[in-house]
Design a protein around this ligand. Structure first.
Ligand SMILES: [Fe+2]
Ligand SMILES: [Fe+2]
Length: 171
């Protein structure tokens, strides 16, 4: 049976012709070009967020309650160790670039609610994925191919972390 009413309620936006991407759009989405010194600063921001992730996973793995979270609690301990490995890799890369690896720790997020903890962790991973994608492109632009490779290895693990959390949240 035909449903003519459906057409009337369709969003007017859908009737619009698809917008062509302009040069300005491409520029907006392109990774920001940086100097070597700026890249060192950005990598130190990434390092502070790796320390945050390490601390946050330790706290969440211990504080999460409920039998449905047993498997992911064990996984969060694994994540924590992998964030530690990322911090070591980033600190080495910052040193290779002539910078001083920082010791700042970005603010870890906690919650009394186990599901919220997983959402906080996923938010951190999605942020890391976006940052490392940009950082890989920036390393490429500066012809820092060793750094690019190290960042690619980190990115692969962050993508696994995000998938683990999405599975646990049944997203
Ligand atoms: Fe990491
Ligand atoms: Fe991660």
């Amino acid at each position: 049976m035909a449903k003519p009413a459906a057409k009337k309620t369709a969003s007017p936006a859908k009737a619009k012709a698809p917008r062509t991407r302009t040069a300005a759009d491409l520029e907006r989405h392109a990774p920001r070009k940086v100097t070597r010194e700026e890249l060192i600063d950005l990598l130190n921001d990434d390092l502070a967020k790796e320390f945050q992730a390490l601390v946050q996973y330790v706290q969440h793995a211990a504080a999460m309650t409920g039998p449905q979270y047993d498997a992911i609690k064990a996984e969060l301990v694994v994540h924590s160790n992998e964030e530690h490995a990322h911090a070591i890799s980033l600190a080495d890369q910052i040193d290779f670039l002539g910078g001083v690896p920082g010791v700042d720790v970005a603010q870890a997020l906690i919650s009394p609610d186990s599901k919220v903890m997983l959402e906080q962790d996923l938010e951190g991973e999605l942020d890391a994925i976006a940052r490392y994608r940009e950082r890989i492109a920036q390393a490429e632009m500066l012809q820092e191919y060793g750094l690019r490779r190290a960042l690619e290895d980190i990115l692969i693990i962050e993508e696994e972390h995000a998938r683990d959390l999405q599975d646990a949240l049944s997203l």
